[in-house]
Design a protein around this ligand. Structure first.
Ligand code: SF4
Ligand code: SF4
Length: 164
């Protein structure tokens, strides 16, 4: 399990919980590797109805409620994740994420500055966590190749804090 830069206390107190998506971000629904999909299905944490996509590009479904899109694993009342202990790597990384470089030949680490905790961190703290992520992915080139859909397209305005 990857250590997240935020903690659950900060996330539960958050006014803009990221498990509830704005419609314009629907393509960022949590990504699941084939192994994560298998494990969560085997442990009866998810079922086929909670999935969209296909092999190599599974995502958790988002359900519309009150104009917003709720991850199918979030409790809409408590805002808690029902699969927290087994949440996908995509969720463990957030508010940091993987992003293609402009030319597409590198994998960068970006921070989503819409997260209030990212705004509170110093540049050094963000870079330190990016370095921790770089080490986590060291030797996992094949994993990234197999799960390339987990890597977001390049966005010019993003806060880039590292590279895999
Ligand atoms: S936006 Fe940041 S603080 Fe808020 S729930 Fe998401 S990761 Fe946690
Ligand atoms: S799987 Fe859990 S942590 Fe990830 S978006 Fe859904 S509710 Fe949030």
């Amino acid at each position: 399990m990857l250590k997240q830069i935020t903690n659950s206390k900060e996330c539960l107190a958050c006014k803009i919980p990221c498990c509830i998506f704005l419609k314009k971000y629907k393509e960022y629904a949590p990504y699941l590797s084939d192994d994560e999909k298998e494990k969560l299905s085997k442990n009866k944490m998810i079922n086929e109805k909670m999935l969209s996509g296909a092999e190599g590009e599974w995502r958790l479904k988002l359900n519309e409620k009150g104009g917003k899109l709720f991850c199918c694993c979030v409790d809409s009342e408590t805002k808690k994740c029902n699969i927290y202990s087994q949440r996908p790597l995509d969720c463990q990384m957030y508010p940091l994420l993987l992003m293609k470089s402009e030319g597409g030949n590198k994998v960068l680490i970006a921070a989503d500055d819409s997260c209030p905790i990212v705004k509170k961190k110093t540049k050094e703290e963000l870079k330190r966590h990016a370095e921790y992520m770089r080490k986590f992915f060291k030797g996992k080139k094949y994993y990234l190749y197999k799960n390339k859909k987990m890597v977001c397209p390049f966005e010019k305005e993003s806060m880039i804090i590292g590279q895999i």
